[in-house]
Ligand binder design. Structure first.
Ligand code: TIU
Length: 224
């Protein structure tokens, strides 16, 4: 590992990844968002748009672990008593089934329920930190910043769902906290293909206002 630097072809220009200062941050690859019958589908969304990210993430995660680099996983969800759920979030959209309500995989977006957990294809290994977050951004009301600081991390490779919601919010939060973000276009996904495309453009526009974008095969090749 050490401080070896590898150059990764990316938009808007090549990214210099420093091994030992970088972590893979996998956002909210949870059954409630990705599996048929989960909260995402109950809200009327097409989960196949997200499921195309599973195999690229699986390959990347294997290569990242092989390189001995840090992996951090996040999950969006709330306390069983809903004390950390803003009433505004509970009301939003006036859906027939709400956060905390009973779904086919347990109570929706509640910590400890089956639907809240990470999909089996990308399940965390022992020792890989899992961040339980109540919001869209992974830094808000979590210990993610402290966990990264303690390990000297300043670069984040970001994957997960959804591109324009939790991924974009987290990248913006990271940017303001002094982290550089490299987002993998084939490992992030949205229920809305047009929002996915624009969500990525928002990151690389203005000479990389929020960060860089590349693909997982490009990064995996560079890691070798
Ligand atoms: N993880 C995440 O993006 N949560 C969402 O609610 N996303 C939607 O796109 N709804």
């Amino acid at each position: 590992m050490g401080t070896h630097t590898i150059s990764v072809s990316a938009e808007p220009y090549d990214y210099e990844l420093e091994q030992g200062k970088c972590a893979l941050l996998i956002i909210d690859m949870q059954r409630d968002f990705l599996e048929p019958g989960g909260f995402g589908e109950l809200m009327g969304n097409d989960v196949t748009q997200l499921r195309r990210t599973i195999e690229p993430n699986r390959r990347l995660l294997a290569a990242w672990r092989r390189a001995g680099l840090l992996v951090v996983h996040t999950r969006e969800g709330h306390r069983q008593d809903l004390a950390d759920l803003p009433p505004s979030k509970w009301r939003r959209g006036n859906p027939p089934t709400r956060i905390g309500g009973h779904g086919p995989m347990g109570r929706i977006l509640i910590r400890g329920e089956d639907g809240h957990d990470i999909i089996p294809e990308l399940y965390p290994l022992r020792g890989e930190p899992i961040i339980d977050k109540p919001g869209k951004g992974a830094f808000w009301a979590t210990d993610l910043h402290a966990i990264l600081q303690h390990r000297g991390i300043r670069q984040l490779v970001v994957t997960g769902v959804t591109t324009e919601v939790c991924v974009n919010t987290t990248v913006r939060e990271a940017n303001d906290r002094g982290y550089e973000c490299l987002v993998l276009e084939d490992c992030v996904g949205s229920y809305f293909p047009d929002f996915h495309q624009v969500g990525l453009k928002m990151i690389t526009a203005q000479s990389g206002i929020f960060g860089w974008v590349t693909s997982s095969p490009t990064l995996i090749a560079a890691l070798k």
